[in-house]
Design a protein around this ligand. Structure first.
Ligand code: BJW
Ligand code: ZN
Length: 276
């Protein structure tokens, strides 16, 4: 039996289906990954851009990096893999056509580009929306007060306008004063990107374990190198209680260790076939 046929049989009996997505899901939309060819962490130093220490030391540089990422994400469009997931998240009848016993279908994404949410129709209930475990580049948090909100302005403040072209050329030399960087709409203090940096805790983790992983009986791991904790532990976690794991990736990864079903190839091709 082919892996596709075997996977479809697993889908046909699954009750609680979880999708864990990584940067490879958005690669076909033109969003760079982190560690693969052309990946961000191959070109830029993660520790100088994606830690709270880096932000404290050089908020101008870190904001230029996230302005560049916001600019790219805002212009990108969901691809066939985002759409295949969105269809099953949004439409019970499409979900039940491939998984007649499914009681839940939840996407947990490490991606901060907002594309999975944009693939969905508007006004869906919260349980049909993606869980953005590493936050979003469109979310902003105050460094002083409790304010957290979404901001889709491009640029988010005048001083960052145009810096995306310079950043893309790997010359983020422009020094923007703190008073010209994004400000909290509540208290006026410096705002920071609402993403989870290295060394920071994933606030949603307890809820993901309790409400998502605990009951999962089929996990799809899509386009992630499975190198970053805590998402790197999800496949092992669900397999311990008997769930099956399907891995969709361009190449072999650490995640394959737990794969009951392995789909090597671009997920924008393999996933619509597996879920269709
Ligand atoms: C395709 C494709 C196509 C391409 N089709 N596939 C030592 C050991 C263990 C853990 C640690 C350690 N030292 C430190 C840690 C903890 C750390 C960690 O895991 N570090 C590792 C790098 C070792 N983790 C943390 O710090 C986390 N918090 C935490 O641990 O809290 C507890 C704690 C607190 C304090 C002290 C100690 C513990 C937080 C991690 C936050 C990660 N943040 C980032 C940046 C977010 C904001 C932003 O985007 O700027 O999240 S890093 C980056 O990696 C981003 C991603 O979400 C994340 C995962 O990357 P992903 O998605 O897997 O992308 P890639 O590029 O790695 O892989 C892409 C894959 O797609 C590849 O496999 C391709 O082949 C594939 N692909 N095209 C299918 N078309
Ligand atoms: Zn504030």
């Amino acid at each position: 039996m082919s892996v596709l046929t075997e996977f479809k049989a697993a889908l046909a009996k699954a009750k609680h289906i979880v999708v864990l997505a990584g940067a490879g899901l958005s690669a076909a939309s033109g969003i760079p990954t982190f560690r693969g060819a052309g990946g961000l962490w191959r070109k830029y130093d993660a520790m100088s851009l994606a830690t709270s220490e880096a932000f404290e030391e050089n908020p101008s540089l870190v904001w230029q990096f996230y302005h560049y990422r916001r600019h790219v994400a805002a212009r990108a469009h969901p691809n066939a893999a985002h759409k295949a997931i969105a269809l099953l998240s949004a439409s019970p009848s499409d979900l039940h056509a491939v998984a007649p016993f499914a009681q839940s279908f939840i996407l947990v994404t490490q991606n901060v580009d907002g594309l999975s949410g944009r693939a969905l129709p508007p006004n869906l209930p919260k349980e049909s929306q993606p869980v953005e475990m590493h936050g979003s580049v469109f979310r902003v948090k105050c460094t002083k007060c409790v304010y957290v909100g979404y901001n889709y302005d491009d640029p988010i403040c005048p001083a960052l306008g145009g810096t995306e072209a310079v950043f893309d050329e790997d010359k983020p030399g422009l020094k923007i004063e703190v008073e010209d960087l994004p400000k909290c709409p509540e208290c006026g203090a410096l705002s920071r990107p609402g993403v989870v940096w290295f060394g920071e805790t994933v606030d949603l983790l307890d809820s993901i374990y309790e409400n998502v992983l605990k009951k999962c009986d089929l996990l799809l791991v899509i386009g992630t190198s499975s190198t970053v904790y805590p998402a790197s532990g999800f496949a092992e976690e669900v397999q311990e209680h008997g769930a099956e794991v399907a891995v969709f990736n361009l190449e072999r990864t650490k995640g394959d260790e737990y794969a009951d079903f392995l789909f090597i190839g671009p997920c924008e091709d393999t996933l619509p076939k597996a879920l269709g």
